[in-house]
Design a protein around this ligand. Structure first.
Ligand code: SF4
Length: 160
């Protein structure tokens, strides 16, 4: 699909939804510190947390492009942070991301904000920050509760 076609599709769908139901946003945060052997996700394995800054700048830039196309204030009803491992990002950087998205947006009174967590790096600081930002749902993609299987697939519940 060409960029022009994508933009006109986006503008049409945005205006169909925004004032009637509100819009749903999915934001992909692709980094993980280690690779689970079953993984089929779009991810980047790294322990270098400097990538957080670069990635946030790219999202801010992309969001500005969409905001320009919207030409009216977005009403955000659903927002999901997926990955990758969204909690690879620090609580402060997740706050910064949400501030960028919610600045000059309207949060729908029945909004649902959700996030994918990883038991090995989702801290209580993450959870407190996410709660403050309006998140009420977290999902953990635990594949099996058997520690032997967890070890085999490199997805441990050791700090859960
Ligand atoms: S945490 Fe998820 S995205 Fe990251 S490597 Fe494991 S399965 Fe893949």
């Amino acid at each position: 699909m060409s960029a022009e076609k994508w933009q006109s599709f986006f503008v049409r769908r945005f205006h169909e939804q925004n004032h009637t139901h509100g819009i749903s946003l999915y934001i992909h945060l692709p980094f993980c510190e280690s690779l689970c052997t079953y993984c089929g996700c779009n991810k980047k394995i790294t322990t270098n947390h400097k990538v957080e800054e670069e990635y946030l700048l790219a999202i801010e830039k992309e969001w500005k492009i969409y905001r320009k196309l919207m030409r009216q204030t977005p009403v955000i009803r659903e927002l999901h942070l997926g990955g990758g491992t969204p909690t690879f990002f620090s609580p402060l950087n997740l706050k910064r991301l949400m501030e960028v998205i919610l600045k000059e947006s309207i949060v729908h009174p029945q909004h649902e904000f959700s996030i994918e967590g990883h038991p090995n790096n989702t801290t209580s600081e993450h959870l407190k920050m996410l709660y403050t930002l309006g998140f009420r749902r977290i999902s953990y993609g635990v594949q099996d509760n058997d520690p032997v299987v967890q070890q085999a697939i490199r997805f441990y519940l050791c700090e859960f």
